[in-house]
Design a protein around this ligand. Structure first.
Ligand code: 5GP
Length: 173
């Protein structure tokens, strides 16, 4: 186990407080990156003390395994325009940065008032693209993690804690 639920809850509250302070008196539009960010977003939004709205995007980058394909595909676009809005893009984990740099590029073209990134987890050691999150829950080492929305082949999203996934070595060869 890497991060206990109680520690996550406390940190999510702190991040929400930072967002509430930075956008004091304004509305924030949270965009969740499906599916991994849904648990983080659900907890985060309930701790934000501002007018909020939500939308979602879905991207595919990892497939069923642990290694990224290196390509990002947009599977679901936003329901509504973000022009003039304070957008906070909510992601579960920032790894190579390919997903977020792709999403930031297409979102900036839509002229939001501001665009910030909130990620629960950051694995800076794996970065390929130069992306920096404005709000980071936890910086973690280069391990494959599951739980609190993060999956391995669609499993484990329901774990309350964030855990390191260790796969037994393949003994077939
Ligand atoms: P990036 O494009 O930054 O390499 O990867 C972002 C996406 O890769 C995340 O949204 C997540 O879906 C997936 N990912 C990266 N690292 C992990 C990990 O440790 N565990 C899980 N479950 N997914 C990961």
């Amino acid at each position: 186990m890497l991060l206990r639920h109680s520690a996550i809850r406390k940190r999510v509250r702190d991040v929400a407080r930072e967002i509430s302070r930075d956008f004091s008196g304004e509305r924030v539009h949270l965009i969740g990156v499906l599916k991994g960010a849904c648990v983080f977003l659900a907890d985060l939004i309930r701790e934000i003390d501002l007018e909020t709205s939500i939308d979602f995007m879905a991207v595919a980058s990892y497939g069923k395994g642990k290694e990224s394909s290196g390509q990002v595909r947009l599977n679901k676009d936003l329901d509504s325009s973000i022009q003039g809005l304070n957008v906070v893009l909510v992601e579960d984990i920032l790894d190579t940065g390919l997903t977020l740099s792709y999403l930031c590029r297409i979102l900036m073209e839509r002229k939001p008032k501001t665009l910030k990134i909130a990620t629960l987890l950051d694995k800076p050691s794996r970065r390929v693209n130069d992306v920096k999150a404005d709000y980071v829950g936890f910086t973690i080492p280069n391990e494959f993690v599951v739980g609190y929305g993060l999956d391995f082949g669609e499993r484990y999203r329901n774990l309350k804690d964030v855990c390191v996934l260790t796969v037994p070595a393949d003994k077939s060869d």
